[in-house]
Design a protein around this ligand. Structure first.
Ligand code: C5P
Length: 307
């Protein structure tokens, strides 16, 4: 018989989606990853995770794209819980329930958000006493974007994306996310980028553009729109040619800028404010150039316990 759950044994956490305002992809390293220079921005679109004490590690996922999320030990949130438990020297006796709002395999780091939420939730549930550095170390081992999902805000990412330093810029930006039908595998998009580059020298893409930093500091929407850049676009467009039309359609409708989210296939459009974002979302939705649209603002904070 299952023992009744006590409310003290339940922790709720939330973690944000992310976009990259700049994504410079350098050469392929010997470990199979690419060197990056990127600017991450955490968005108000979040996944929620509930952690409850249980006899063994289990996960269930509901909501946006839940059917495409693995339920077994390969699930990134399960792996996060296992790694934290191992470090703490305890058994991972927890049931994780994830309520997804972040589209799956969309380039928005939804899986990384769930892993980061699992880390902070299980840390609170088990009172592991792990420090911030311990959680960051586990996050980096789980995936390139998990450290940012934990940290949130606006940050410069180097290495394979796991080495972060904060970007100081005030204000809030409004976005429309055009989510494509079907996902893209991050690995496949990087491989396509390598194929298209055909061994050409790419060192220079790792310089961060001053125009982006200046636009963020001056809170200039038009300048930010013009400075958005993602080296992955040619590769994602090559694998999913319809994305070119999505990008052009949003710009035609008055977006201040547009770029592919991470390795795609979601396209992000910058709006001048909240109201324009809602209008733009409605118009893009009506054009039939994507599966669904979302509005979101950023930067917002990283994974956190909310109850
Ligand atoms: O770290 P993560 O598991 O998210 O990466 C998924 C895949 O994306 C990696 O196996 C690698 O092929 C590719 N990748 C890369 N360079 C990065 C990040 C990811 O080549 N900086």
């Amino acid at each position: 018989m299952t023992a009744p759950v006590q409310t003290d044994d339940v922790v709720i956490a939330r973690a944000p989606a992310k976009i990259n305002l700049h994504l410079g992809v350098g050469p392929l390293r010997s470990d199979g990853y690419h060197e990056l220079a990127t600017v991450f921005c955490a968005l108000s679109l979040t996944d929620e995770l509930v952690a409850v004490e249980a006899e063994r590690l289990r996960i269930t996922t509901t909501g946006e794209g839940a059917a495409d999320v693995p339920e077994g030990p390969t699930n990134l949130a399960c792996r996060a819980a296992s790694m934290l438990a191992e470090r703490a020297g305890i058994a991972p006796e927890v049931e994780l329930s994830v309520r997804k709002q972040i589209p799956v395999a969309a380039g928005l780091a939804g899986g990384s958000a769930d892993a980061a939420a699992a880390l902070v939730a299980c840390d609170a549930l088990w009172q592991t006493g792990a420090g911030r550095d311990d959680l960051v170390q586990i996050a980096a081992a789980l995936g390139s974007d998990v450290v940012f999902s934990l940290t949130g805000g606006l940050a410069l990412g180097t290495g394979r994306g796991e080495l972060l330093s904060p970007v100081l810029a005030a204000g809030r930006w409004h976005w429309v996310l055009a989510v494509a039908d079907g996902g893209l595998s991050t690995k496949d998009v990087y491989a396509e980028l390598d194929r298209l580059r055909d061994g050409r020298d790419v060192e220079r893409t790792l310089e961060l553009p001053d125009d982006l930093m200046n636009a963020l500091r001056s809170r200039d929407t038009a300048a930010l729109g013009a400075a958005l850049h993602n080296d992955m676009e040619p590769a994602a467009f090559s694998l999913k040619p319809a994305l070119r039309r999505t990008k052009a359609a949003g710009l035609d409708e008055g977006a201040s800028g547009a770029l592919l989210c991470g390795s795609g296939p979601t396209m992000a459009f910058l709006a001048r404010g909240e109201k324009q974002a809602v209008d733009l979302a409605a118009r893009i939705s009506g054009l039939g150039v994507c599966r669904t649209v979302r509005t979101a603002h950023g930067p917002v904070q990283g994974a956190r316990v909310v109850g």
